[in-house]
Design a binder for this molecule. Structure first.
Ligand code: 3PY
Ligand code: MG
Length: 254
């Protein structure tokens, strides 16, 4: 690709990312070949280990797909490691305070912006760049997204968005609805969650930062887009394969 993921997201172009959970690198590549412009390796809830994440990020290059990854809660060491292995964006779950946002930004940006440690050999190789060229563009082009999925995070939203090195936010509607209701329900379409989802997009846009969200249906992708989101996750390898298997077998009416 010629336009970086950061540029594309900041320009307001919609990006739909597939979700890679199954630790099967070729499935990430196949989502790209199938038309997804981006794929996210889920290192939080997916079955990936570092080897499968490494190979999935490399396989995505074969499909010309933007490469994202989500880390486990609080695991900033893995954030810089996944960037070193070729992720162009990292999503950090459960960022509930400015302090947590700052620590995440520090791990994902080189000095003077942050404290990311040097070693992007594989990332530079996947980009076909010498290491110096990777360094020159890294802070500008790697995308650090803080997940907003609790009332504390919503309360701290503007301050989180203002952290240098935080390029935007990413909404987890399941955790957000769970925490907004204090565990009472998982009502992603409830009034509180819906209102929070709108507010988050408005504030991210006002701050000139990226707004992303996890979507459970194509309708939700369009709704999010209309609300001002530019990064929408929809379609996980597990669900996609299960649906395809079901369709295929049902089509054989014997
Ligand atoms: C959530 O909805 O809580 C998520 O983290 C989506 O992956
Ligand atoms: Mg979540």
């Amino acid at each position: 690709e010629t336009v970086s993921l950061a540029e594309k997201l900041k320009s307001g172009s919609p990006v739909v990312t597939g979700w890679s959970m199954l630790a099967v690198p070729i499935l990430a590549e196949l989502m790209g070949r199938g038309g997804y412009e981006a794929v996210t390796v889920d290192f939080q809830h997916g079955a990936h280990d570092i080897a499968s994440a490494r190979e999935a990020l490399a396989a995505m290059v074969l499909a010309g797909t933007y490469r994202l990854a989500r880390i486990p809660v609080g695991d900033n060491a893995t954030a810089s490691r996944l960037l070193d292995l070729g992720a162009q964006a990292v999503i950090a779950p459960m960022i509930n305070s400015v302090e947590e946002a700052k620590a995440f930004a520090a791990a994902t940006k080189y000095p003077p912006l942050g404290e990311r440690s040097w070693g992007p050999h594989r990332a530079a190789m996947l980009d076909g760049l010498p290491l110096e060229a990777y360094l020159e563009k890294a802070n500008r082009e790697t995308v650090s997204l803080a997940m907003i999925e609790t009332p504390q995070a919503v309360a701290a939203l503007d301050a989180i968005l203002a952290v240098p090195g935080i390029d935007g936010v990413f909404v987890g509607p399941s955790d957000l609805s769970l925490t907004l209701s204090a565990g009472a329900d998982m009502d992603r379409d409830g009034e509180k969650t819906t209102q929070a989802i709108r507010t988050i997009a408005d504030h991210a846009r006002a701050a000139g930062k990226i707004a992303g969200i996890f979507c459970m249906s194509p309708e939700k992708v369009m709704e999010a887009r209309d609300a001002g989101y530019t990064l929408m996750a929809y379609g996980a390898d597990m669900g996609l394969f299960h649906a395809a298997a079901s369709t295929a077998r049902k089509a054989c009416t014997v």
